[in-house]
Structure formats: C-alpha cells, structure tokens
Design a protein around this ligand. Structure first.
Ligand code: BDR
Ligand code: CA
Length: 313
C-alpha cells in the first residue's frame, strides 16, 4: 500500500504534538509531506518552534516545517495559555531545536504541494484554527481539486463549547476561515468535542505511555500529565480529553469511529454564539450535506493504537 500523502496544519499545543508523534510513527500508512504551523493555542512564533521541537524529539528533522498565518482572517487573535501553559507545550522541556524553519510561507507550501499533487491528491489534517487552509483556498481556489479529504479537529454539537458556551476553540479562533473550509466542496471529516471528550487521558493510560521509556513517550507522558491538571478540574472527569490525535487515529483506524454525513454550518455573525458549529445531525434544515461529523469512538481502541505506535520510537 502506498502511504497516504498528508500535511498536518497545527498550533502545538500538547495534543497537536501528540498528533504529530502519531503520524510520524506510522510511515507505512502516512507520508507526512510537511507540517505547517498557525497561530492558535499560543502565538505563531511558539507554534512553529514547538513543531520543530517535536521533529527533534522524534528524530525526524527531515520533515519540512513552515510558519503560516499569525492572526485570524477578521477577528482579534485569541490564545489558550490557560490550558496549555505559557509555552503551549508545558510538561516537557523546551529547547532550541535543530530542525530548521523553511523560508517559504506555510500557505504557499500548501498551495504548491496541492498544485503539484496531480494524481496523488493530498489529505489535509488541520488541528488548529483553519486560517492557513482558508487563505490557501482563497488565494488559489483550484487547489481544492487536489485535496483528497480534510480531516480536522474542531467544533461541537452535544458537548457545547469549550471556549464559549456555544463554540469550540479551533472554530471560534477563526470562524470566517472555518466557514470557507466547510464550504470548499471537498470531503470533510470533522471531529469535535463530542468525540474528543470521550477520549480521556486517565492516569492509568498515561502511565502505560510513560512506561514505554523512549524520548517520544517521555515527552508525551509529560505533556499529558500537565494537561491533566487543568482539564480534570474543569470537566470533573478522571482524565483530560485528548483532542487532536483523533484526526490521525482516524486515518490509521477509521473502524474506531462512528460518523454521520450531514450539513455543518459555522456561525460568523452573532457575537453570542460566534464560532458555533450548527450540525444538522437529524436532517431538519434541508441544507445540503457537506461534511461527516464524528460522534462516537472506541476510546480503549484509540489508546491501544497510540500506545502501540509510540512504542515504535
Ligand atoms: C482544540 O483547541 C486546542 O486547545 C487544542 O489544541 C485542540 O486543537 C480543542 O478545542
Ligand atoms: Ca490544536
């Protein structure tokens, strides 16, 4: 089987970092063409640095890393240091990585890669605000033809919001970008809080990862332990939801998930519900279906997969 070409567009973020590790652990299935950073959990200068740190930790300095947009399309930037810590990856040691930052802008890398994709369309895996992807689609709409699928983390239906009562962080961080992406006409697989809140990093699960004893598992266990403190208090749950690696897990093991094809529309007008994902799960709107919505997951199967893959480092 030829590995599926992917670009991960992210804002590390402890959970973005784990998504990167999961992808890097799976070269038979995934060909990671490049990693693009966007402003999100922390400012761009830190997200691109954090991506490069992960490449060093995983000994994958060969993967090209690009910095993209440093602010949302129309709104003021928001960040989430109160969740992720000052560095975005609190819980592991931060250092100056050897992995270089490419000079090319992330948006131009995405455009160039898609234009050259030809018969091997590329899957985009966004795990942060959707600014880079939206700007690329705006700049060169013809790239859409070469997108095989967009598998993203963002939104919420049954779980409500985590940044406001109605909105999940990645979508409210740039709702106008999300609106462009959800209407781009290409297959979209969206995993939001309805799934990620079922994937809890309990102490026992994190301990199994820590016991693996390699560089990547040490970094992962450290970051998940940090994450644990904030989220277990917020949600009164036995572990923190692990959001972003769900996207990569879906590419590796789609059988672990339940999804439904429906219409997903983004609120871009109302300040009260800005960034809300209006998911027509019961087909009551008459709006055309445009995306698959993930609504269930085999959480034990997910942690089995993650632990087994991290053991490869
Ligand atoms: C999403 O927001 C960020 O805090 C996480 O990295 C994840 O992508 C969850 O709402
Ligand atoms: Ca993220």
């Amino acid at each position: 089987m030829t590995p599926r070409p992917i670009i991960i567009d992210c804002d590390p973020g402890q959970d973005d970092a784990v998504a990167l590790f999961l992808a890097m652990s799976s070269p038979d299935e995934l060909n990671l063409l490049g990693i693009t950073a966007v402003a999100g959990n922390v400012p761009l200068a830190l997200t691109e640095l954090n991506v490069r740190i992960m490449c060093d930790v995983a000994d994958r300095r060969d993967i090209p890393v690009f910095a993209g947009c440093d602010k949302p399309l129309r709104r003021e930037a928001i960040t989430a240091e109160y969740v992720h810590g000052k560095t975005g990856i609190d819980g592991m040691d931060v250092f100056e990585p050897d992995t270089p930052l490419q000079e090319q802008h992330a948006v131009d890398f995405i455009i160039e890669t898609l234009l050259q994709a030809g018969k091997a369309p590329v899957t985009l895996v966004p795990t942060g605000p959707l600014t880079n992807i939206a700007v690329a689609l705006k700049k060169r709409p013809e790239i859409a033809e070469n997108i095989e699928e967009i598998v993203l983390m963002g939104g919420a239906m049954r779980e409500g919001g985590n940044r406001t009562p109605s909105a999940e962080f990645n979508i409210i961080a740039d709702p106008h970008a999300a609106d462009i992406v959800f209407n781009c006409g290409r297959p979209i697989m969206a995993f939001g809080l309805d799934v990620t809140h079922k994937v809890l990093s309990t102490e026992a699960r994190v301990q199994r990862i820590a016991d693996l004893g390699n560089n990547v598992s040490d970094a992962t266990a450290g970051m998940l332990s940090f994450f644990h403190r904030y989220d277990t208090e917020k949600y009164d749950s036995p572990g923190t939801p692990l959001h972003d690696p769900i996207t990569v897990a879906y590419l590796l093991r789609p059988d672990l998930f339940k999804t439904k094809y429906c219409n997903i529309a983004i609120e871009t007008e109302s300040e009260l519900t800005m960034g809300h994902t209006a998911i027509d799960f019961w087909y009551v709107s008459g709006r055309e279906k445009n995306a698959y919505w993930g609504y269930d997951v085999d959480a034990d199967g997910f942690y089995e997969l993650l632990t087994e893959r991290l053991a490869r480092f």
